[in-house]
Design a protein around this ligand. Structure first.
Ligand code: PRP
Length: 210
C-alpha cells in the first residue's frame, strides 16, 4: 500500500534487515543492530518534510544561504518497544524532546492498557513523531494518537517498522491527517492478533525478555 497518507519504504537495506529481524534464530545483539539500522532509515524518511527557514551563514570564503529546522520536534515512543526507534531520530535532531506513553496490549482482549504518560508541553506547535515498531490491531496507536490530540498535538506522524493491514486501515480512517511511515505491510493478523508473518513480540526480542 502506498498512498499520500502511508509511506512504505522500499530499500534494499530495509529488505535485508527486516529479514534478519523476522528470523526466529536472530539473537538479541543481532536484533538490536538490525533494528538500529532500519530505525535510521525510518527516521530519515520521517523527517523528509521538515520545514526549514533560511538563514545567512558565513563560510571561510563568503556569506551564503543556509538552513535551520523551523519546528520543534517531539518524539513519543509507545513503551516499551517504541524505545528502539528513539535514538535514530535524536541522532538527526539532537534537541528533540521526548515524551513517553506506557501501554501494553492485554493478551486476552488485545486492547491497550495505559500505565504511564509523561509528555512535554508545547505540542500545539511541534511536529510529533509517535514511534512503535508494531502496528497490529492499531489499538495502541489509536489510543496514543487520540491522547496526543487531546493534549494539543496537531502535526502527528506515526512511525512503525511492520504494519498489519487491519491497523493501517483503522488509523488512516480515524485520523486522515496523520501520516504513517512504515518499513513493511504484512499479510494479516492471526487469532492472537499477532502480525503474520511479522517478527514476534518486538519488545521482548529487543529487550531480551522473551
Ligand atoms: C506491542 C507493540 C505495540 C502493540 C501493537 O506492544 O509494541 O505497542 O503491541 O499492537 P496493537 O496495534 O494491536 O495495539 P506490547 O503489548 O507487546 O508491549 P511492549 O512494547 O511492552 O512489549
Amino acid at each position: 500500500m502506498q498512498s499520500k497518507q502511508v509511506t512504505v519504504i522500499d530499500h534494499p537495506i530495509v529488505a535485508r534487515d527486516l529479514s534478519i529481524l523476522r528470523q526466529s534464530d536472530t539473537d538479541t545483539a543481532g536484533f538490536r543492530a538490525a533494528m538500529g539500522r532500519i530505525a535510521t532509515i525510518l527516521a530519515y524518511f520521517s523527517l523528509k518534510e521538515l520545514p526549514l527557514r533560511e538563514v545567512t551563514i558565513q563560510t571561510p570564503i563568503t556569506k551564503t544561504r543556509g538552513y535551520e529546522i523551523d519546528t520543534d520536534i517531539v518524539v513519543v515512543p509507545i513503551l516499551r518497544a517504541g524505545l528502539s526507534l528513539v535514538d535514530a531520530i535524536i541522532n538527526f535532531i539532537p534537541d528533540a524532546r521526548v515524551g513517553h506513553l506506557g501501554m501494553y496490549r492485554d493478551e486476552t482482549t488485545h486492547e491497550p492498557v495505559d500505565y504511564y504518560s509523561n509528555l512535554p508541553g508545547g505540542l500545539e506547535n511541534a511536529m510529533t513523531l509517535v514511534v512503535d515498531p508494531m502496528l497490529a490491531t492499531g489499538g495502541s496507536a489509536d489510543d496514543a494518537i487520540g491522547f496526543l490530540k487531546k493534549q494539543g498535538a496537531k502535526n502527528i506522524r506515526f512511525i512503525s517498522l511492520i504494519s498489519a493491514p487491519e491497523g493501517l486501515e483503522r488509523i488512516t480512517k480515524k485520523y486522515p491527517d496523520v501520516s504513517i511511515i512504515t518499513a513493511a505491510v504484512d499479510e494479516k493478523l492471526n487469532d492472537d492478533a499477532f502480525i503474520v508473518p511479522g517478527l514476534g513480540d518486538a519488545g521482548d526480542r529487543y529487550f531480551g525478555t522473551s
